[in-house]
Structure formats: structure tokens, C-alpha cells
Design a protein around this ligand. Structure first.
Ligand code: ADP
Length: 745
């Protein structure tokens, strides 16, 4: 509003001038004009009366000076008290003084009285100016009234219009500025001289200027300088940002994305306006741009992860295929192995000469070695596929030591080594875990120790520690005085297929998988295996595991009772021939089982598939059924379900699965189908006999309580049968020789 002050002053001055003019010129004019008119009238009157007096003097030349009264008749003035007439002679003596003397201000006119060209006196007429003064006063008052009115009008009207216009402009300006400030875009407008004419707050903020005022009026070049300094933009970008020079723009509107040095992305749009001015708007699209980039990244990552998933799936597929292959292979190899081992064992039971016995023993031992390797590979593939499930049973660590002693003692003694198991401190009465796998680890370590020691001793230290809070740490240290391990191979010892040096395999055999399996088993239990050794001075392997403490052990090691004797006792108590049905499609396997049961008072019937087995059950009462799982026509699982569905006495017959499949899910499937126990091939004679006796005892109305020395395994337990033929095999391949009872509750 301040910028309009001169205009206001001008308007006020003009108004004052008009007022003053009216107030002074009008009364002055009035006075001047009236005084002039009065003067003319008075002068005429004075001259005409002077003529009349001259004529009178001409006719009365003598003593006219004393004839005032008579002269008065000639020059009578209208009877106005404001007019005065004085006649004097040449000597200035008064001849006549007529009328009232008008008060000041008065107007006087003197006219000479000329007779015969001689001035004989003078006549003066005076009139009062009072009436004129009064009139002039009135005119003055009116004039000033008019002047005031004119002043007010001249000053007020334009001001009102001005104020209105200014108010409107200010309002519009405020809207305009608000719009500029609240734009999301930055804006800079250049006038026709290429100087900043309008710039908004977002522009200053975007380019780091302290305020908009400091940018106003700058030329494009100056602005480029400023931005280059403040924002640190390079001049080229800077110039691009401001589009350098409007004159270079041919197109009316341009738009471009510019990347600033600080990583921001700005969209610039420039539009030409009239008369060479132009406006540029700037929009910060960094966030949107980043989001789009991220979206791109995400899409790429998604594609990558899809590829990875695909690969993982393929790897899983491969692993599954591998496991399936191994399962099949194990089945296929186990079946003939069953025959080889079973038949050599039964031949070894019979009368043989020295030569025959040596050959057969070699065949038997080789078969077992093969089986051990097969079991290692199977275990390893299960561990790798994550399909090895650990048992959760209460077991006694002391019994584990006893087993080690029983199994490994004779082996060490056979090599002339001293073997000792020492217990340090008290062992927990029972722990929860997988005793079979723990035994497998320890037997592997001890058997390695025995294998790689020619002189001296093998010692096992069982150390229980950190009891309390329901858990205990068990540590077994297997120390030997054998060949030891070179420092450089120590690290890789627990790797797959590792043997300390190439000659080992030639000298000692083995697959090099034992320790790898031990390590993986230990890790799956949450434990560790470590080795300390000096080449040529023996080794110490330490297996350590932290397990929950249990109240009583559920498992028991089967007593060392001959299975054949136990079977004989059982049959004797039964008081009749035992009748067993063997459902098995493979003739060799049928033969093997027959051989194993030979010499006992057992009637062995065979069925070639599941259907034949079901029919046979209909015809005869059997004490036990040994059922192969994979058979043509009807498989063992279906046959079992059919038998269980029959009802009646025969539906309760104990059924023992004989199968080459060694996976946990196979065991589960057999038990679910209604089988009572599971023996995986190759079947050992002892195990077969023991399992038959156990299952009959369980079934037991006829024989319960009359078993001789064969304890009932507690319900819902797993017992690992010790095989006289090869104790190591039993423990190295627990699945292969597992008997699982299905009697619960
Ligand atoms: P293998 O089935 O061949 O015995 P392991 O994995 O059990 O495989 O053992 C791997 C290698 O570690 C063996 O071949 C042997 O070289 C070395 N090794 C294991 N235990 C001992 C030990 N007690 N003394 C010396 N060397 C050992």
C-alpha cells in the first residue's frame, strides 16, 4: 500500500488546489468586478456633476463660491447616506459638502470643474464600499463551502476507487502467492530480459537457496552461478536445469529428466510465454523413481528367487530320486545277501571239513563286509536326505558300556590288545535319546581303534557330568595306542569317503564313511565328535552329547541266551509242533528261512504271494506268519489288512514283516497295516527265532509265563537283538536288524 502514497499525495494536492482556487478566486473576482463597476458609475456621476457645476459657474461667474445651496440643486445626488459629494474651488475651499460621509472602505472619484478651459475647482464623489464588503463576505463563505465540498469530492472519490482496486489486487496477489508456495512443483518465471521475475518457495528449497527474495531479479547466468555454488551442481546440469537461454528454445514447451549429483531426479518442464518471458517448473520425482527402481529390483529378485527355488526343487527332486534309488538298491542287494548270509550260516552249522569251513567262513565274512558298506551308504544317504529319524527312548548309559565290552572285548582280545571301559564318576541311571545310534557311534570309534592298533591298548572312558536341571552331559573318550593320524589329515577326517591315506583301504578295508556318519549322527543329537592324535602314537576320539535325564531305562539288552535254545524251550512248553507260514515270493528266501528253521520241531508252510497267504490262513491255524512286504498279486501290507479284517482267532495271529526296505516309513507302514514286528533283510537266524518266540509269547495265551529266560520287552519299546554271528553288524546297522514290537498298552 505504501507504493501508492505519491498517488495519494497527488490526489490530495489536486483536491487542495481546487478547493483553494474556489475559495480565493471566486470572492476575489466578485470584489474586483463589483469595485470596477462601482468605480465607473461613480466616475460618470462625478464627471457629469462637474459639467453641471461648470455650466452653473459659467452663468453665475460671480460669487459662485457662496452659492453652495443653489449649486446643490443642480447637482442633487440621490438621497443615499452612503454617498457624499464635495465641491471645492481653486483654492481648495469647500463650496459644498453634501451627503453623509461614507465610512471606510470608501471609493472616491474626483472630477475637475472646467470653465472656459480653466479649472475653477473640483468635484469629488465618494461612496461607501460596505454593502460590497458584506456581499463579498457572503460570497467568500459560499466559495469556501464550495471549496470544501470540491476538496472532499476530488480527494475521496479517487481514493475510494484506488483503495478498492488496490484491495482487489492485494487479494489476488495473496491467492497467487499462496498458490505458488503451496505448489508441489518448484517454479521459476523469467521476464523478457531473462531475469527471475517470479520464484516460489519450493524452488528455493529444492535448490538450497536461503530464500526466494535473494533470487529475484537474477539473470539466468547469475542463477546458474548461484545454483552451481549452492547446490554443487555442475554447470552443465545447472544450465540444463534452467534451460540455459530461453532464446534457444524453439519449442513452446520442453520437458526433460535431469539427474542431480546428489542422486535426485528432477523433471523440468519449460513453457514459453508472450514477449520472450518463460516459466520453468521442476518436480522432484526421486521417490517415485526409487520406488520404480526398487520395483524393478524386486521383480528381478523375484525372478532370481524363482530360479533359486526351481533349482532347490530340482535338487530336492534329485535327492529324493537318489534316496529312492538307494532304497531300491538296498532292497535288491539285501534280498540276495539274505540268501548268501543265511545259507552260509546254516551250512556252517552243519558238518564240514576244514577246507569247506574256511571257504564258507570267508564267503560269510565277505558278505558281512559288503552289508556293512551297504548299511553305511544307506545311513549316509538317509542322513543327507534328512530322513534319518532319531529314537527318543530312556536308556542306561551303563548298559551301553556293557554292550561295548561285550561286543568289542573279544575283538580286541583276538588282536592281543588290552581293552578296558572305565567309568569316571557316577553315570546317570537313565537318559533319553537314541541308544542304538549312540552305540553305533561308539562301536564305530572303538572298532576303528581296534582296527588301527596292532599293539597296546584300547580304552573307553565314560564320563558323566553337569547333572541337574533335568539334563546331563555324557562324554565317551576312545583312546588307542595305534598308528595315529597325521596332522594334515586330521581336519578332513570327518568328511565323506575320507581315509587317512590311500593304503589304508588296501590294508584295513572300510568305506571311509564311518566317521562322516558318526559326526552327522552326533550333530543330529546336538552333540560333537572331536579327535586328538599324534602320528604313530595313537589317537583319542571324544564323543560328547547333552541329553535329558530319565527316571528308568526302558530298553534292555537281550540276555545272552541262545535263540535256538529259547525256541526249543518254547516248543517244548507248547507241547506240539509249531506251525509257521512264510509268505515270500522269492524261492531262495523261502529256502533260506526253511534252512534257518531246520532241525527245530516246526512245520514251515510257504505262500508265494499275499493272496495265497490269506487263503492259507483260512485253511489252517498258524502260530506265526512271516510276511514279505513286496510281493506280486497282493503285497504283504494288503494281505495283513485282509487277515486282520477276518475276525476270529486267526485274525490275531502274530505277523512279522520280513522286508528289504529299511526306511523308517516302511516300518511305520508295516505297523499301521497291523503287523506286529519288523525284521529287515538279510535276516539272521537268531533274530528270526527270537522274534518268533517273542511275538508268540506276546500273543501268548498258550505260552505266556512259560518262556524260559527271554524277558518280555516292555510295551512300546524297541529292542535291539544281539546277533551272535556278528555283533558289530547288529550295531552298525540298527535298522537292518531292528525288531519292533507293535504291542501297545
Ligand atoms: P572307515 O570305514 O574306512 O574306517 P572311517 O570314517 O571310520 O572310515 O575312518 C576314516 C579314516 O580315519 C580311516 O580310514 C583311518 O585312516 C582314520 N582313522 C579313524 N579312526 C582311526 C584311529 N583310531 N586311528 C588311526 N586312524 C583312524
Amino acid at each position: 500500500m505504501q507504493s501508492y502514497a505519491p498517488l495519494r499525495r497527488l490526489v490530495s494536492g489536486t483536491a487542495l488546489f481546487v478547493a483553494l482556487a474556489i475559495g480565493t478566486v471566486v470572492p476575489a473576482g466578485f470584489v474586483v468586478q463589483h469595485v470596477q463597476t462601482e468605480y465607473k458609475v461613480l466616475r460618470f456621476k462625478a464627471r457629469s456633476n462637474a459639467g453641471k457645476v461648470a455650466r452653473y459657474i459659467y452663468m453665475h461667474p460671480i460669487l459662485w463660491q457662496y452659492q453652495g445651496d443653489r449649486i446643490l440643486d443642480v447637482v442633487t445626488l440621490p438621497p443615499e447616506d452612503t454617498v457624499r459629494q464635495v465641491i471645492t474651488d481653486r483654492n481648495n475651499l469647500e463650496v459644498l459638502d453634501d451627503g453623509a460621509l461614507p465610512a471606510f472602505p470608501a471609493l472616491r472619484v474626483q472630477a475637475p470643474i472646467i470653465v472656459d478651459n480653466v479649472e475653477v475647482g473640483s468635484l469629488t464623489v465618494a461612496t461607501s464600499l460596505r454593502p460590497l464588503a458584506l456581499q463579498a463576505g457572503l460570497v467568500l463563505v459560499l466559495s469556501w463551502a464550495l471549496a470544501c465540498a470540491a476538496f472532499a469530492t476530488v480527494r475521496w472519490l479517487p481514493f475510494r476507487v484506488l483503495d478498492r482496486t488496490i484491495g482487489e489486487l492485494a487479494r489476488q496477489r495473496a491467492w497467487f502467492e499462496a498458490a505458488l508456495e503451496h505448489m508441489t512443483q518448484a517454479l521459476c518465471m523469467f521476464d523478457e530480459n531473462h531475469r527471475v521475475a517470479v520464484v516460489n518457495g519450493p524452488f528455493a528449497a529444492m535448490f538450497g537457496a536461503p530464500d526466494t527474495a535473494s533470487l529475484m531479479g537474477l539473470s539466468v547466468t547469475e542463477l546458474v552461478e548461484r545454483l552451481a555454488k549452492d547446490v554443487g551442481m555442475d554447470r552443465y546440469t545447472c544450465a540444463r536445469v534452467l534451460l540455459l537461454d530461453a532464446t534457444e528454445v524453439r519449442d513452446a514447451a520442453l520437458s526433460a529428466v535431469v539427474a542431480l549429483a546428489d542422486g535426485r531426479r528432477i523433471v523440468i518442464s519449460r513453457t514459453r510465454m508472450r514477449a520472450g518471458s518463460w516459466v520453468a517448473t521442476f518436480e522432484d520425482i526421486t521417490d517415485r523413481w526409487r520406488a520404480e527402481e526398487a520395483e524393478g529390483d524386486r521383480t528381478r529378485a523375484l525372478a532370481e528367487s524363482r530360479v533359486l527355488r526351481e533349482r532347490a526343487r530340482a535338487a530336492q527332486e534329485t535327492s529324493r530320486a537318489k534316496s529312492l534309488f538307494l532304497a531300491t538298491m538296498s532292497h535288491e542287494i539285501r534280498t540276495p545277501m539274505n540268501a548268501v548270509l543265511g545259507l552260509t550260516a546254516s551250512l556252517l552249522d552243519g558238518p564240514l571239513n576244514e577246507e569247506q569251513r574256511r571257504v564258507l567262513t570267508t564267503i560269510h565274512d565277505s558278505g558281512e563286509s559288503l552289508l556293512r558298506i551297504l548299511n553305511d551308504i544307506l545311513d549316509y544317504s538317509k542322513l543327507e536326505a534328512g530322513r534319518l529319524e532319531l529314537e527318543d527312548l530312556a536308556f542306561s548309559p551303563a548298559v551301553v558300556s556293557e554292550t561295548l565290552q561285550a561286543v568289542m572285548g573279544p575283538r580286541a582280545a583276538a588282536k592281543g590288545l588290552s581293552f578296558e571301559i572305565r567309568t569316571t564318576g557316577a553315570l546317570p541311571v537313565a537318559l533319553r535319546g537314541d541308544p542304538g545310534r549312540i552305540r553305533q557311534i561308539l562301536l564305530n570309534l572303538v572298532s576303528n581303534a581296534v582296527k588301527f592298533t596292532d599293539r597296546g591298548s584300547v580304552t573307553v572312558d565314560a564320563i558323566g557330568s553337569a547333572f541337574g536341571a533335568g539334563r546331563a552331559v555324557m562324554e565317551w573318550r576312545v583312546t588307542d595306542t595305534g598308528i595315529g593320524i597325521a596332522a594334515d589329515t586330521m581336519d578332513s577326517l570327518f568328511g565323506e569317503f575320507v581315509q587317512a591315506d590311500g593304503s589304508i583301504n588296501r590294508r584295513f578295508g572300510g568305506s571311509g564313511l564311518g566317521l562322516a556318519i558318526c559326526r552327522r549322527l552326533a550333530e543330529q543329537m546336538g552333540g560333537t565328535i572331536a579327535v586328538e592324535s599324534r602320528f604313530g602314537h595313537g589317537s583319542t576320539f571324544t564323543f560328547r552329547v547333552d541329553l535329558p535325564v530319565a527316571a528308568v531305562a526302558e530298553t534292555a539288552v537281550p540276555p545272552d541266551v541262545s535263540a535256538t535254545a529259547s525256541m526249543e524251550t518254547h516248543i517244548a512248553h507248547l507241547g506240539r509242533r509249531l506251525r509257521i507260514l512264510v509268505a515270500e515270493d522269492n524261492q531262495t528266501n523261502q529256502f533260506v528261512i526253511r534252512q534257518m528253521l531246520k532241525g527245530l520241531d516246526i512245520q514251515v508252510d510257504t505262500a508265494n504271494d499275499g493272496m495265497e497267504a490269506v487263503n492259507a490262513i483260512d485253511r489252517l491255524d498258524y502260530d506265526v506268519v512271516c510276511m514279505d512286504v513286496q510281493m506280486p498279486e497282493m503285497d504283504g501290507l494288503t494281505a495283513t489288512r485282509a487277515i486282520r479284517a477276518k475276525g476270529g482267532r486267526q485274525a490275531l495271529v502274530p505277523i512279522i514283516a520280513l522286508t528289504g526296505n529299511a526306511f523308517q516309513e516302511d516300518v511305520k507302514a508295516c505297523l499301521e497295516a497291523g503287523m506286529n514286528a519288523f525284521i529287515s533283510k538279510p535276516v539272521g537266524k537268531n533274530l528270526l527265532l527270537q522274534t518268533i518266540v517273542t511275538e508268540m509269547s506276546r500273543q501268548g495265551d498258550a505260552v505266556r509265563g512259560r518262556r524260559n529266560g527271554l524277558p518280555r520287552t516292555p510295551d512300546a519299546t524297541m529292542a535291539r537283538a544281539e546277533s551272535e554271528d556278528d555283533p558289530l553288524r547288529t550295531d552298525l546297522s540298527p535298522v537292518a536288524l531292528t525288531v519292533i514290537s507293535n504291542h501297545r498298552g
